[in-house]
Design a protein around this ligand. Sequence first.
Ligand code: IPM
Ligand code: MG
Length: 365
Amino acid sequence: MNTYKIALLDGDGIGPEIMAEAAKILKLVAQRNRVNFELENGAFGATAYFSHGNSFPDETKALCDSADAILKGPIGLSHEESKRIPVDMQPERGALLPLRRRYDTFANFRPVYLPKDIAHFSPLKAEVIGDGIDFVIIRELVGGLYFGKKEIGVTKGGKRFVTESLEYDEDQIARIARVAFETAQKRKGVLHNIHKSNVLKSSVLWNEVMEEVGRDFPEVEIKNILVDAAATYLCLNPAQFDVMVMENMFGDILSDQGGGILGSLGLMPSACMGPDKAYYEPSHGSAPDIAGQQIANPYSMIGSVAMMMEMSFGMESEARNIWQAMKSVFAQGFSTPDLSRPDSEVKMIGTNGFGDLVAEELSKL
Ligand code: IPM
Ligand code: MG
């Protein structure tokens, strides 16, 4: 029997609640597939700062080092609350970016997926949605502005200034390009390369390397599109996209827009892949305003489990079953308060109830 160790980092806000549902599904998957998942919890995020004085404590680093895969919940506090933590220890800078850097998780897969039978969540008109929304954003995750040189100071004239650099070398671009072309090859053979080469030199190099790597994938058609135009097309005609690739900051912004056209960031799981290790996380934040109330939907957390099954453990058919189970719960009219208005016709259930129903549906498959 295969044994895999999975580190569970609950994170902050709604993290523990949605993680509990993901753990439920992991246990069920283990039983059904006769694999052994060793689940071990680690402190991470603002919660870890308050309990351990560090938002990414050494114990958690050791746990992640020894794990076969990492499942991470959302992190962060409200704007006001985060002032209780020194700027460099705040969970985004003190935990999340160091996690990404530690495992060099350069390839971030963010599926933007809404099958037709649950398309009612989307704010887009039915004629725009057509057969549903189904594309994947591939975001470079360990370069660009996020990790470039930073300088903060005061000019000779006494004015405060800041400089942040958008840095990439050709190897960093080539490796994400390869991942994107391979993904496009497995899907529809079309890759949208998102850039801003009419202004940014970083995009000029980015596009050059994309083109060079593209020569190894003659069957993939590359379509270059400016990032601002891409933002418009995501609303007007998302069906034209299948695989999109972009640098870190563009990916941060456009993937949230992806969540917007689905109707909620709560519908956005993701996978962050490095050369030796991967971690999986919802693309959304910790939603402190609704934490502890059992109203957050665990879809993005359970979807991240599905991605882990496929991408870390090669369990493709079980991954499909998990997606299917979540889809049937929605298709039966169930939803959680965070995704639906109280006056809508859905059968309202809590975080826990949603997880239970997904487990029930999964058991039938
Ligand atoms: C994301 C988040 C993070 C990012 C934050 C929490 C630092 O917005 O994963 O998209 O900007 O990458
Ligand atoms: Mg983001």
